[in-house]
Write a protein that binds this ligand. Structure first.
Ligand SMILES: *[C@@H]1O[C@H](CO)[C@@H](O)[C@H](O)[C@H]1NC(C)=O
Ligand SMILES: *[C@@H]1O[C@H](CO)[C@@H](O)[C@H](O)[C@H]1NC(C)=O
Ligand SMILES: *[C@@H]1O[C@H](CO)[C@@H](O)[C@H](O)[C@H]1NC(C)=O
Ligand SMILES: *[C@@H]1O[C@H](CO)[C@@H](O)[C@H](O)[C@H]1NC(C)=O
Ligand SMILES: *[C@@H]1O[C@H](CO)[C@@H](O)[C@H](O)[C@H]1NC(C)=O
Length: 883
């Protein structure tokens, strides 16, 4: 969502700034600049939810509830009550009469936002860098418990879009890394952990939000159009969303931008066609904050919830839905059938995660830390009351937060075994990132500054730190008289270090959401590009001139260009902490001083130059008249897929990460599990879905109750009597017809062949092969955890162009003592072995007839140690890998 300040002042300024524009209505710019081959095909009607077996109970309960609701109650629960109107960043209207409460939707993906007494977990990118499924899940369990403890209903995470296509993109760090499988598996485990705590997770942002600048529709210009071909959409960007739906995710958030020229919040092919019919999504779809631009059209296109309720210019008490949706149902434009489906989807998700039983109501306020405050801050003259109950939800979650931060630390280089350090070593520490921001860890609104330890990026994807355990504190616990230059420049007067002294140099790179500009970066890293901030590269170079051993520690949202110093002889070791959250100190010191071996791996490639990528990836799209076009001309070839194809050696490849020990693979085996055919077996027909009367309800169901005490700017679902009667007259007589979009229909369809269950045709998830390998710690000194990454190479001679290798699964061993070993098993599904055929509109297995797929096992995308073959069932080592 859009980062919004928790202070009312900012919100009012925002409102005032847009005031003169509020009358014109939303302007949706012409789409004539979209390249002609990209089309947003119509797909109608919105498929009903409820036909999937695992949601049956929830839908049965939802139907019983929804059938008791009036029109105004139904439209109430599909919309937020307005920005800054309640405790959470999103608050729906309620239907209290029938027992359905207001729902609390809360940021962020890394912890409960704008609240005290919570844990600030490591960011998504850090979590991805662990390549550790058990830890990803454990973090999610803790996050889910904190959201529940604070009384939220909906967790606005995980983020898997942006996927990380552009290294400069502003919000990549909220997700898990620049690969669909890493995003998909980490996203699904996060959903599982969170939803098991009775919290509805939200997979976001659907789709193509790969840069921040020009993402939003506003009265002057439309959001940019991400132009994505069908195969690329399926095999790269949609892949993690399919995984999320397969996991049973309860909610989806659409993206701000357009796809193929049509805004995601009202893109019928994207929501009705791809998400709800092909992927069989059973939960509800919400708009990103203030991105909803078309009332009737978005309803028809499959949007189910309008967030935070306002039109895209907030705070005037106007909404595209609420009273307008009541009107649109009365006047016959939006079929009651569609509204019933929206509400049923929302109520079903609420039942599915047990929120009808003892779910706490919000006991915190996103708007203030005081005990008492306005109940509806945006109303200005609001009644007051208790808004904070100061519930501490932290428990021992710092432990899992620290473990993730520690296991994510990625050792890129370690010449001469410079690390680990001994605690008797003479050490000097340089760089402000070693210490917490002297103004306090939360001094900047939405973390929109880069000062002190960088534990997260900026924008809506943040939480408030309860504290930061900073690196300098943790280092001092081990080496009490360490000297620290809390400065990003090299000191003017600095004594000549002795030969045995070590310099640890901290550098950073920050990014975030477009709602703030930090040091010239508008969200994306448009100004700093991939250089360290605050002249960090220069600080490293200066230290490297004086010291014979320099250890560089980077806190960063994504890749950096390291070429200015990485090859200098005294730069012995480089560690990426990524964005460690509150547990930045002990996690790092444990690795620096050898209590733990580094175990993180790069969730993206680090190139030698940004220009090693093609223009479509390397550069942000600049201003254009009309709609900015972001065309995915590189197709499937992002990150290592592109570099491998072009034979460009990165500085450090995707998946790279060193340890203090070494590992070896033995006894690799591959076994077939399910016999494959070219196409998946045909899907079962959809199950039944709830049915209701479709007659337009009486106008009285939408008329204001007598003597209702309205709160100023609060959004309601009622109309006055005259308006309601007028609308009903149109609807009941059909005297005026809505100008429906081309291709509009109200007849439910059987759904595409590629669908059939949550995530698509259920056979896509059949395991086709399993590969096992025994990993041994072949070192003699340090224990360590090994990452086994499995990359798939498609058969030769197939009629599809495929990337040379693609990550398909990964496993992490437990900590292996020297000499210790463990066997891990990796799984390859039908989908993993398929390609999306744009003509057949289905997943096909091009090598189903006995052609050789090669599964490469390795420690990184460029360190492939063992190959297993699907045709012979054999595995071998000591080969020259294809990349
Ligand atoms: C975008 O356009 C391409 C090319 O026509 C098409 O294959 C694809 O399905 C479209 N995407 C969506 C989401 O409509
Ligand atoms: C809509 O929700 C608000 C907030 O909970 C509530 O005050 C109002 O009565 C609800 N409207 C209806 C029709 O139930
Ligand atoms: C806040 O949540 C706790 C449980 O986490 C619950 O016991 C309490 O009743 C909630 N407070 C309010 C005001 O609902
Ligand atoms: C019905 O109401 C909706 C919401 O105000 C409006 O967009 C639509 O044009 C109306 N339809 C007709 C046929 O009057
Ligand atoms: C690693 O394993 C291979 C067999 O997979 C074996 O040939 C080699 O000697 C082993 N290397 C070490 C260092 O143990």
């Amino acid at each position: 969502m859009m980062a919004v300040s928790s202070t009312l002042r900012l919100s009012l300024t925002l409102g005032a700034a847009f005031a003169p524009l509020s009358l014109g209505g939303p302007a949706v710019g012409a789409r004539d600049s979209v390249p002609p081959e990209f089309v947003a095909k119509p797909y109608y009607p919105a498929p009903h939810g409820g036909w999937v077996e695992s949601w049956k109970d929830a839908y049965t309960k939802a139907q019983a509830l929804v059938s008791q609701m009036t029109l105004a109650e139904k439209t109430n629960v599909t919309s937020g009550i307005g920005i800054f109107m309640g405790p959470c960043v999103g608050n729906t209207g309620s239907a209290e009469r029938v027992g359905f409460p207001r729902l609390c939707l809360q940021d962020s993906a890394l912890g409960v936002a704008s609240a005290d007494l919570v844990t600030a977990f490591p960011a998504g990118i850090t979590t991805g860098a662990t390549f550790d499924k058990a830890l990803i899940y454990a973090r999610a369990v803790a996050i889910g418990k904190e959201f529940r403890g604070k009384g939220a209903n909906v967790y606005l995470g995980p983020s898997v879009g942006p996927l990380g296509r552009k290294p400069l993109g502003g919000r990549n760090w909220e997700g898990f890394g620049s690969d669909p499988v890493l995003q998909g598996k980490a996203g699904a485990l996060t959903i599982k952990g969170v939803q098991e705590q009775g919290i509805i997770a939200t997979i976001k942002h659907l789709i193509g939000n790969e840069q921040e600048m020009y993402r939003m529709y506003n009265p002057f210009m439309p959001g940019y159009s991400a132009n994505i071909d069908d195969r690329t959409l399926h095999e790269i960007y949609l892949w993690p969303f399919a995984e999320a739906v397969h996991q049973g995710v309860g909610a989806v958030m659409t993206a701000y931008n357009a796809v193929n020229g049509s805004a995601c919040s009202q893109h019928s092919n994207l929501i009705n066609g791809i998400l709800k019919d092909e992927l069989g999504f059973q939960g509800f779809v919400m708009s990103d904050w203030l991105s909803h631009i078309g009332g009737v059209d978005s309803a028809l296109a499959g949007l189910d919830m309008n967030m935070p309720g306002d039109t895209n210019i907030p705070l005037f008490g106007y909404s595209n839905w609420h009273y307008e949706l009541s009107r649109a149902v009365l006047n016959g434009s939006v079929p009651l059938d569609r509204l019933n489906d929206m509400v049923t989807r929302i109520a079903a998700a609420w039942y599915k995660f047990g929120q009808d039983k003892d779910h706490p109501r919000p006991n915190f306020s996103s708007n203030t830390r005081n005990k008492d405050g306005p109940l509806y801050p945006a109303a200005i003259f609001s009644p007051s009351g208790q808004v904070n109950w100061f519930v501490n939800v932290q428990d021992d979650h710092y432990l899992v937060a620290r473990q993730v931060a520690q296991d994510a630390i990625t050792l890129l280089k370690n010449d001469g075994s410079a690390l680990p350090l001994s605690t008797s070593q003479k050490i000097k520490v340089f760089g402000t990132a070693a210490a917490v921001n002297p103004d306090g860890p939360n001094a900047c609104l939405n973390r929109a500054c880069n000062k002190g330890t960088l534990g997260m990026g900026w924008g809506s994807g943040v939480a408030d730190y309860p504290y930061i355990d900073d690196p300098i504190t943790a280092i001092r616990k081990r080496v009490p008289n360490v000297q620290f230059s809390n400065n990003d420049g090299y000191p003017w007067f600095h004594p000549q270090p002795s030969a045995d002294e070590v310099a640890i140099v901290f550098i950073t790179s920050d990014a975030g959401e477009n709602s703030f500009t930090v040091e010239g970066n508008n969200g994306d890293r448009n100004s700093a590009k991939l250089a360290a901030w605050h002249n960090g590269d220069e600080l490293v170079r200066k230290a490297a001139e004086q010291y014979s051993t320099v250890i560089v520690v980077a806190q960063t949202v994504g890749p950096l260009i390291l070429e200015k110093w990485v090859d200098l002889p005294s730069v012995k070791a480089v560690l990426f902490q990524h964005l460690p959250g509150q547990e930045a100190g002990e996690s790092l010191a444990n690795v620096l001083f050898g209590s733990a071996s580094p175990a993180g791996h790069l969730p993206y490639s680090i190139t030698k130059r940004l220009e090693d990528f093609p223009d479509s990836i390397a550069n942000l799209r600049g201003f254009a008249f009309g709609q900015v076009q972001d065309t995915y001309s590189e197709g499937l070839y992002i990150d290592y897929r592109y570099l491998n194809k072009q034979k460009i050696k990165p500085r450090f490849a995707f998946g790279h990460g060193l340890s203090y020990t070494t590992f070896n693979y033995t006894s690799a085996t591959i076994s077939p599990v399910t016999q494959l055919s070219l196409l998946p077996p045909s899907r079962a027909p959809k199950g039944s879905t709830p049915t209701y009367s479709t007659a337009i309800p009486p106008a009285s169901e939408a008329i204001w109750p007598a003597n209702f005490n309205r709160i100023w700017r609060y959004l309601y679902s009622w109309l006055n009597e005259k308006e309601a009667n007028e609308a009903y007259a149109i609807g009941s007589t059909g005297s005026k017809k809505y100008a429906y979009p081309a291709g509009y229909s109200e007849t439910q369809t059987p759904g595409p062949a590629s669908g059939g269950d949550e995530g698509g045709n259920p056979a896509l998830w059949d395991v086709a092969y399993e590969v096992s390998v025994t990993v041994k710690n072949t070192g003699s000194t340090y224990p360590g955890k090994a990452s086994v990454q499995a990359y798939l190479q498609y058969p030769e001679g197939i009629p599809y162009d495929t990337p040379i290798v693609q990550l398909r699964d990964f496993e992490k061993t437990s900590e292996l003592a020297p000499g210790g070993e463990e066997t891990v098993t990796l799984k390859f599904t039908r989908r993993d072995l398929s390609v999306w055929d744009v003509t057949l509109q289905n997943w096909v297995v091009p090598g189903f007839d006995g052609k050789r797929y090669t599964i490469w096992l390795g420690e990184a995308s460029d360190k492939l140690l063992t190959a297993c073959y699907t045709d012979t069932g054999k595995c071998e080592s000591g080969l020259t890998p294809p990349v």
